[in-house]
Write a protein that binds this ligand. Structure first.
Ligand code: ADP
Length: 485
């Protein structure tokens, strides 16, 4: 078996609606390209608004029966799907690597991480409970009942084609919700393979519907205008998130938004600099920097900045860039030509403004959308590169002289998703972690993502949490029952 064989099993790269694979109403298809050489991998059905409606109809039809399915049964379907993904981890990794570009090792990491959301929520499915209490004044009893919110729409991005799906699908399945999933048009294949896995694990038809489309805007506008849709969970850019939140107002759908980030990576003067460089390599280079949690700004105390920059440049400069499936590749291609151009422009602007290019700074000749791992030192706090999401393998370093200055610089962004702190001082750790206006703080680590932890942001990074005990709350409503006795 290979990654693409996972798709051959479906017999189609069509739309998955009501438990059946089918073509789009118009018969239209769109191509999926390999970012390493721009060749066409395959094509998939290009769903339109009629297809989207058919998917919502299927989700609505399945909702009541699914909500009535015993929690243990829902959990066991997720558990079986977790095991099936892990059994086929190499194939899933290859498929992810092929359509998205990341190395096989990283793709395998995503498979494990993504599958864990199914295991975690398999365990959460049987721990949904309300409460029973006496009213403070006595007499009445107050009962709360938790119910699934109902049919959901999930819109996922291209950077983690599996994990961004499983962390929405897992809790929705556990809570008893049905759903329409719209994967990113750049990387739709993994979601199709996942639909097969869930079906084989016993998920009834209509609970999960997948509509691939090249016109996400029309799909979401149509579905969100329908009051039968009760929830939207989106992972992607902040501008699109804002459009969706506005759209959700008409039918007052519940919304979870996991949007952009501008993560600071703060290295204090007492930090273990070598460990900070190890962490920086992960926080920066995971997914070629194409992650909303990616360290976007390195704020380093001036006394260790040179040492940190040189060590980081050594590590970054020795990485091998290439096709994700080729053995020995450390860094795959960026997702498309626009990504390379936008990263290149941020770097050249910073250099023009006086930043020192310690390593990298160029885009190798095509084919393929590659950009060399890059380190910039002496970047001004006003530079565009530290105020916008880079989404590429570039580490801009800015220096600071006091804790207060570091905290102020870190918080001087509209975003508030991930942040990273390197220090050996416990009191400083607590003070800084409390002062950072971010949904997540990594202390002496470059990796915060964990299915058992609440992932999410504040400010322009959105709201709602995925994973942890909090993750399932996004998919549950509360009914309060007053019982006078
Ligand atoms: P990214 O920068 O990660 O591509 P986007 O926000 O553009 O972020 O895309 C994330 C997801 O949102 C993708 O599935 C994409 O198809 C979808 N999308 C993009 N624009 C819109 C829109 N206007 N309405 C609904 N979905 C959209």
């Amino acid at each position: 078996m290979t990654g693409l064989d996972l798709l051959a099993k479906t017999g189609s790269r069509g739309l998955f609606i009501g438990g059946q694979w089918r073509e789009s109403a118009t018969g239209a298809r769109f191509e999926v390209r390999d970012p390493a050489d721009e060749s066409v991998i395959t094509d998939v059905a290009d769903g339109d608004t009629h297809d989207a409606m058919a998917a919502l109809d299927a989700a609505v039809t399945a909702q009541a029966g699914w909500a009535d399915t015993p929690p243990r049964e829902r959990g066991e379907i997720l558990r079986r799907a977790f095991e099936a993904i892990m059994d086929q981890a190499d194939d899933f990794a290859e498929l992810i690597s092929l359509e998205m570009g990341k190395t096989l090792a990283e793709a395998k990491g995503e498979v494990g991480y993504g599958a864990e959301f199914f295991r975690w929520f398999a365990e959460e499915a049987v721990r949904i409970h309300g409460r029973w209490m006496q009213a403070p004044a006595g007499g009445s009893r107050l009962l709360t009942i938790r119910k699934p919110v109902g049919p959901c729409l999930f819109i996922t991005p291209w950077n983690f084609p599996l994990a961004m799906g499983t962390r929405k699908i897992g809790p929705a399945v556990a809570a008893g919700c049905t759903m329409v999933v719209k994967p990113a048009e750049l990387t739709p294949l993994t979601m199709l393979a996942l639909a097969d896995v869930l079906t084989e694990a016993g998920l009834p038809g209509g609970v999960l519907n997948v509509v691939t489309t090249s016109d996400s805007k029309s799909l979401s506008a149509t579905l969100m205008a329908d009051d039968r849709l009760r929830k939207v969970s989106f992972t992607g850019s902040t501008p699109v998130g804002k459009v969706l939140v506005r759209q959700s107002a008409d039918e007052l759908q519940r919304v979870s938004m996991e949007l952009g980030g501008n993560a600071p990576f703060i290295v204090f003067e007492d930090a273990d600099v070598a460990a900070a460089v190890d962490g920086a390599m992960i926080a920066k280079m995971r997914n070629m920097g194409e992650a909303c949690t990616a360290a976007n700004r390195f704020l380093v105390h001036e006394s260790v900045a040179r040492e940190f920059a040189d060590l980081l440049a050594q590590r970054m400069g020795s990485l091998t860039t290439g096709r994700g499936q080729t053995p020995g590749t450390d860094v795959g291609p960026l997702i498309n030509a626009d990504a390379v151009e936008s990263v290149g422009k941020l770097v050249s602007d910073a250099v023009q403004d006086g930043a020192e290019l310690v390593t990298g700074g160029e885009a190798p000749e095509g084919p393929g959308h590659f950009y060399a791992p890059t380190v910039l030192l002496g970047v001004s706090a006003e530079a565009r590169i530290v105020n916008e999401e880079i989404f590429g393998p570039v580490a801009p370093i800015t220096t600071f002289t006091s804790d207060d200055e570091a905290i102020a610089m870190a918080n001087a962004t509209e975003y508030g998703l991930s942040s990273y702190v390197y220090t050996r001082d416990l009191a400083r750790t607590v003070k800084v972690a409390e002062a950072l206006q971010f949904g997540m703080v990594g202390v002496n680590t470059g990796l915060v993502s964990n299915p058992a932890a609440p992932f999410g942001g504040v400010k322009a990074s959105g709201f709602g949490r995925e994973g942890g005990f909090e993750g399932i709350e996004e998919y549950l409503d509360t009914t309060y029952v007053a019982i006078p006795v």
